[in-house]
Design a protein around this ligand. Structure first.
Ligand code: AMO
Length: 444
């Protein structure tokens, strides 16, 4: 018999169906056994009247929580059943896989008369058994939402004539900064794990592709133990040619994010509110823009934040967090573009204006940086000089070649997909990733 998904079975009253999934809940009483079966589309109650199946005693005793079962039976409408007023009266139950007692508590279990309260396992304990942790409704919704986030951005870009490319992650030189790069053995020499598709996005511009994007793994050898850093994350990067200034890049980004968040809001807004208690707010473009200097002034004036002068060329973590309040109170926005970073704090490939200011920005959402973007320096001589100033020589020689034989003016940005998921659902980065990687974590 062909399998029916639970969501479809709920509408098939009177029909006999085969449903397959995990045992989400199990309740046994003297005369009845109730099993809640969960598949990726929903949950349905299996109602077993013990008297009708005297030979099932052993079978039922062997079914544990989280076991995988296949049930054939008639769909019955029953107003007493909480789950959609529908149950399955099974004619056959097959146990595909028996689950041992679970090693983690995915949720806190309140005390009952007979049992003490069970505390929820920590996120690190849950990551040890992430596949079990991922079975919850919340986690499965999270990855549905992430699928839609990436897919809607892809759709937006494809509609605007972008090409999707796939660049190598094994590279011969650090792509962002020499300090945060993982070196790996590559036969008789060293290779590095790409910290960004930066160089190759720009190579695509030199190749005349004009508009490209890529989503893929990004590696950072950062020993950070924060709730927003990881050593491997998923980046969503794009690059486009023939821009007039960095403003064109910012405009594209705000349109892209508005489009994506509208889709997420429309499709999953209700469920996100129900399971994560978080409102999906569709932003309105244009997003507010503040120069770092003005931002520090405002943060000091409004909230008394005092930052030493020498730190003002970059956004401190505290200022970044506080900027959320400012963005909301001053502009009624969850997003804030920040510009005016100092040359020391920005990579050599950012174009600089006549005053020497890098033509780049960071986008802060809910007080956390989600993007760096910029117009790039496409003029070979100037780019070479900027690289030399930062002490980069041979390492970037291959990259500089991209600009020797004709290259249009261009710019782009890189978005952190895990950070966006985390901020959208108000969870930590460890919770937001399929499988977190950090300085102390390489398994499972
Ligand atoms: P940047 O280094 O700012 O820029 O990275 C882009 C975005 O990637 C995310 N991100 C991270 N997420 C989780 N853990 C980390 N350790 C981490 N580091 C960065 C953030 C960040 O905004 N080449 C440029 C982009 C460009 O100019 O196109 C770059 O890589 O969301």
């Amino acid at each position: 018999m062909e399998r029916t998904y639970v969501k479809d079975a709920l509408g098939k009253t009177g029909e006999t169906v085969l449903v397959r999934g995990f045992v989400d809940n199990l309740r046994d009483s003297k005369y009845m056994t109730f099993i809640v079966l969960k598949d990726i589309t929903g949950k349905i109650q299996i109602t077993i009247e013990k008297e009708q199946h005297p030979d099932w005693t052993e079978l039922l005793a062997g079914i544990t929580g989280d076991s995988v079962i296949s049930v054939t039976g008639q769909v019955n409408s029953n107003d007493y059943v909480k789950m959609g007023g529908v149950e399955i009266l099974p004619a056959d139950i097959f146990v595909d896989s028996v689950a041992e007692a679970l090693p983690i508590a995915r949720k806190a279990i309140p005390a009952t008369k007979k049992k003490k309260e069970v505390e929820r396992s920590s996120i690190d304990q849950r990551i040890d058994y992430r596949w079990i942790d991922l079975r919850t409704d919340e986690n499965q919704l999270m990855f549905r939402v992430q699928t839609l986030m990436v897919n809607s951005m892809r759709k937006f870009l494809l509609e605007r004539n972008f090409m999707e490319i796939h660049t190598p992650k094994l590279i011969g030189a650090a792509s962002e900064s020499g300090a945060d790069v993982f070196a790996v053995d590559y036969f008789d020499r060293k290779a590095y794990l790409a910290q960004s598709p930066q160089f190759y996005k720009q190579m695509a511009m030199a190749a005349g592709f004009e508009r490209i994007f890529e989503t893929g793994p990004v590696f950072r050898a950062e020993k950070s133990y924060t709730n927003r850093h990881t050593t491997e994350f998923t980046g969503f990067d794009l690059e486009l040619s023939y821009i007039d200034s960095v403003k064109d890049v910012m405009k594209l980004e705000e349109e892209l994010l508005t489009y994506m968040l509208k889709e997420v809001h429309d499709v999953y807004g209700e469920q996100i509110k129900e399971l994560f208690g978080k409102e999906v707010i569709v932003p309105t473009a244009p997003f507010p823009v503040m120069d770092l200097k003005d931002l520090y002034e405002a943060l000091e004036k409004e909230y008394g934040l005092v930052v030493p002068e020498e730190e003002k060329g970059d956004l401190t973590t505290e200022a970044e967090q506080m900027s959320f309040r400012l963005a909301q109170e001053k502009f009624g926005s969850e997003f804030l573009f920040v510009t005016g970073y100092s040359v020391e704090k920005r990579p050599f490939y950012h174009m600089r204006d006549e005053k020497g200011m890098p033509q780049g920005y960071d986008l802060i959402w809910r007080g956390v940086e989600i993007t760096t973007g910029a117009q790039r320096e496409h003029r070979y001589e100037i780019l070479k000089k900027q690289a030399q100033e930062k002490g980069l020589g041979e390492d970037v020689a291959f990259y500089l070649e991209f600009f020797k034989y004709g290259c249009p003016p261009h710019g782009g940005f890189g978005l952190g997909v895990d950070r966006m998921t985390m901020l959208l659902l108000d969870v930590s980065i460890k919770e937001a990733m399929f499988l977190f990687r950090g300085p102390g974590r390489l398994t499972p």
